[in-house]
Each structure stands twice: as C-alpha cells, then as structure tokens.
Design a protein around this ligand. Structure first.
Ligand code: LMR
Length: 331
C-alpha cells in the first residue's frame, strides 16, 4: 500500500509539473519532445500531444513519444544544446529564438510582414519557405516542419492605441534582435526574457508590457497583470519543430520514415486548427474580464509606419529576394 501511495504521489507530482506521461515499453525508441507552452488548448501543446498520440499508436513496439510541456524539462535556450546532447529528441522553439544559429529566420519577425495566417501558410509551404527549413542543417539540426501559432498583439500596463503611447515603456521580447529593433522604433525599451519569466516580470513591474498571441496571453494569464491588449496583429509567432540530424540518421530506416511522415501529417492537421484555438483564447480573455482594444485603420497605419523601417536594418541578413517572396505570399 505504502508502495502504491508512493507511486501514486510520484505520478501526481509529474502530472502537476505538467509532464505528459507515455507508456513506453522496454525496447521502444523513446522520443522526448520538450516545449515551453501549455499542453492543451494551445496550438503547440495540442500539436505535440496529437503527434505523440499518433506515434504511440502507430509505432507501438518500435517507438514511443513523451511530451514535456510548460518548460518542465528545458527552456528554449537550453533545449538546443539538449537536442545535440541527446537529452531530448524533438523541440519546437519559436523562429524568433534561432538568432544564435542563423540570421535567415529574422525574416519571420519583420513587423507587419504577413497579413494573415493564409499568407504564412502560402509562404512556408512554398519553395522559399521549404528551403528555409534547412537553414540550421550546418549546426546539426533537421527542421521537421513549421508549427503555427498566430499573429501577435501588444499589451501593457496602460492603454496602447498609438505607438507613441509606448514611449518610455519597457517590453518583454523573445531572444530576437528584430523584436528589440521593433520596440526601439517606438522609443520604448526591450528586455529579452524566457517565456516562463514573463508573468512574474509583468506582475512585479520588471517590464511594463509584452507582445504575444491570444493563446499565449490567455494560457499564461498575462491579461490578468496588464491594463489591456491592443489587437495589433503586428508580428508572427510560429515554431520550427527540430531534431538532431545525428539522432534522426541513427534511426532504422523504416522507423525514421514512419516518424517523419507521421510528424508531417500531424503538423499539417494541427496547423489547420491554430486560428480557431487562438480565437477561442481571445474569447476566453474577454470572458475572464480582460480588455481588448481594436485599432481604427488610421491608428493601425501609425503602427505600420513606425515599425516598417525596421525591415531595412535586417534586409542584408535575410536577403531581399526572401523578403520579396514573403511579401508575395500576401497576394
Ligand atoms: C515566447 O517566448 O513568447 C514564445 O516563444 C513562447 C512559445 O513557445 O509560444
């Protein structure tokens, strides 16, 4: 009984830490997927669970996937190294977090680049987007696919209707130099912080504001410690699912092919649900008493005009042709 209680409390502890359990059998190849967001009702959390469920069903006896959400295993900065060390096999950091590995992904952070998620899909599934999947191959990583979240919005401890309202404020950003430049374009300052530190930093006033998607703002409860959110749709949040090339190449061919196929199919299915998940999160914020502010077309133009010069700063790193292909995907 004592043993049973011990086992029950160990499981409860793992569950409370947000760890998704999988029933891996001896002899199965264990695939650990570590990420930082909520494990359900979130585009990445839902995608990871769907991939794991399918692998655990279709590859039973050969391979087994365990998902570790909510930064329970690694932060996005540590996970890159963990992949190469073989401590985890799959991660999906946002494209804003690859600064140390390639400057090509700066493209995805350019403010007001994509009009909507259909444009994002056209670009990522087109030739230029597919070629970019391989931009960190020389660092030992294989891109398994783009996992969508959505477009981001600004929030702060005061109403933000125009970029000038942000003067002098400090915003949390991801580890992205484009995001820093974008914040500085508003005469505000930026602080790079890990995702799991954002709520505390907003609550204690270490930063005044942040920018994220509806699903992240809702699931991390950022709206609780902000005056309101302005629906700016100013920048994309999308993830790159990656693995270590060495690990992938070490798999028996049939296992590798089945894993890559399942991964791609489940990511496509999950991506088709990302917008709906974000809409539900937006409704959740309103239902929980959060404030959402809409911009008039004139106000929106001010935001675009303030941030658009940021593109010029990063054009050489990204490539004019790549930016042009992304812009084309809007039409
Ligand atoms: C962030 O740090 O804001 C996001 O990258 C978190 C995530 O994975 O959605």
């Amino acid at each position: 009984m004592k043993k049973l209680l011990g086992a029950v409390s160990a499981i409860a502890l793992m569950m409370s830490a947000g760890q998704a359990l999988a029933d891996c059998d001896d002899g199965e190849i264990v695939i650990k997927f570590s990420h930082v967001t909520a494990d359900s009702g979130h585009p990445k959390g839902d995608a990871a669970r769907a991939i794991a469920e399918r692998i655990n069903k279709d590859m039973n006896g050969k391979a087994c996937m365990e998902v570790y959400p909510s930064s329970t295993l690694f932060d996005d900065d540590k996970v890159m190294e963990a992949l190469l060390l073989g401590d985890v096999q799959v991660a999906a950091p946002s494209l804003s977090k690859f600064e140390a590995y390639t400057k090509k992904y700066r493209l995805f952070d350019l403010p007001f680049l994509f009009s909507n998620m259909e444009s994002v899909n056209r670009f990522t599934q087109g030739p230029v987007g597919q070629e970019l999947l391989g931009a960190i191959e020389d660092k030992g990583y294989t891109g398994l696919g783009y996992v969508y979240n959505g477009l981001k919005h600004f929030s702060a401890n005061k109403p933000l209707m125009l970029p000038t309202d942000a003067h002098g404020l400090k915003f949390r950003v991801q580890t992205s130099d484009v995001a820093v430049a974008m914040i500085e374009a508003m005469d505000a300052s930026a602080q790079k912080l890990a995702f799991k530190e954002v709520y505390g930093a907003l609550q204690t006033g270490v930063v005044d504001g942040q920018e994220n998607t509806w699903s992240n703002i809702y699931k991390q409860k950022f709206f609780e410690v902000q005056d309101g959110i302005t629906e700016t749709n100013h920048q994309l949040l999308t993830y790159l699912a990656i693995t270590s090339t060495e690990w992938l190449d070490s798999l028996p061919q049939d296992v590798r092919e089945q894993f890559v196929t399942i991964f791609a199919e489940e990511v496509t299915a999950a991506n088709a649900k990302a917008e709906e998940i974000n809409e539900k999160a937006k409704e959740g914020i309103l239902a929980a008493g959060g404030t959402i502010r809409q911009l008039t077309p004139e106000e929106r133009r001010e935001w675009v005009e303030t941030m658009r010069p940021v593109w010029d700063q990063f054009e050489d790193d990204i490539g004019k042709d790549v930016i042009a292909a992304a812009v084309d995907a809007n039409s």
